[in-house]
Ligand binder design. Structure first.
Ligand code: CUA
Length: 308
């Protein structure tokens, strides 16, 4: 699906990615210059072959090209890299938006502690403002990489790592897990959505609301199925008795673009496929296998459809 298309670190739309792209181009041009020099020296050497050897010229070439030049190039690269690493590891300003990101096998939990908002597989941020991502893992090591915005940073089980990101223009920035984390590592996508400030405020406001109450008899039966089947021991739906934290919060499920770490959309056919047999879609996933009748699934979907 389109969400898994990975755009490049060389199309930076954030300060962190800008700095990294600058280092990349520096390495590219230095490498290119060295390549041109080596090829030129090769031609000179070939043209001079057969002539008597001039020992002092040879020594100058060896010392200059073999020691002095690499030393200068490597020193420049080291200095620029260290300085970029330092600036990318700086503490966020006090005004930064605080977002908690928790890696799970194989999805992303995203929390906004200041607003009481919990979502999954999407990080919504206001454009132009620094955002402090406080990242941790619930199980094994994961790594967050949104190439257009910033470099990679690991999510570890025992400590919180902070990645500061910002987006210079509104848009949708795909990312993914960049550290092998088990069977479905390749299906652990995330997207950062950068909004204009007003749109961001509206998004927060909508996410803060409790889940919509069922509006049809089928949806009411769906909520009953949800509760009776114990879905709520793993999933939270704000405003209901469902308060599990093992799986993604479903309060505003249909406001999101994907489920299962980006493998399927939040359309009804995709949700049906997922609920009917999640292991057929994503082998190894924690969600239990099929246990509902077709009627129960219909009702459940009627309920989930309203969770916008
Ligand atoms: Cu999570 Cu790879």
């Amino acid at each position: 699906m389109e969400g898994s298309r990975l755009r490049g670190a060389l199309d930076p739309s954030g300060s962190g990615a800008d700095d990294i792209a600058a280092v990349w181009w520096l390495l590219f041009f230095l490498g290119f210059a060295v390549f041109v020099l080596v090829v030129a020296a090769l031609f000179v050497g070939v043209r001079r072959s057969g002539r008597p050897e001039d020992r002092s010229t040879s020594r100058a070439w060896m010392l200059g090209g073999g020691i002095a030049l690499p030393a200068v190039v490597i020193a420049v690269v080291l200095a620029v890299t260290l300085s970029t690493m330092r600036s990318s590891a700086q503490n966020p300003p006090d005004t930064a938006v605080e977002v908690e990101v928790i890696g799970h096998q194989w999805w992303w939990e995203v929390r906004y502690p200041e607003h009481g908002v919990v979502t999954a597989n999407e990080i919504h941020i206001p454009v132009g403002e620094p955002v402090a991502l406080r990242m941790q893992s619930a199980d094994v090591i994961h790594s967050l990489w949104v190439p257009e915005l910033a470099g990679k940073l690991d999510l570890l089980p025992e400590r919180v790592n902070t990645l500061v990101i910002d987006a210079t223009r509104p848009g949708r920035y795909p990312g993914r897990c960049a550290e092998f984390c088990g069977l479905q590592h390749a299906n652990m996508d995330i997207v950062v959505v950068a909004h204009r400030p007003d749109d961001y405020a509206s998004w927060i406001e909508a996410q803060r609301a409790a889940a919509r109450v069922p509006v049809s008899a089928a949806a009411q039966r769906g909520l009953d199925v949800f509760v009776a089947s114990d879905c709520g021991s793993c999933h939270t739906i704000a405003g209901t008795t469902a308060n599990g934290t093992t799986g993604p919060d479903l309060t505003h499920l249909r406001s999101r673009e994907s489920i299962a770490g980006g493998m399927r959309d939040t359309t009804i056919p995709d949700l049906r496929e997922w609920i009917t047999d999640p292991h057929a879609v994503k082998p190894g996933v924690l969600m239990p296998g099929p246990s509902l009748t077709d009627d129960e699934i219909d009702d459940l979907l009627a309920y989930l459809e309203g969770l916008e």
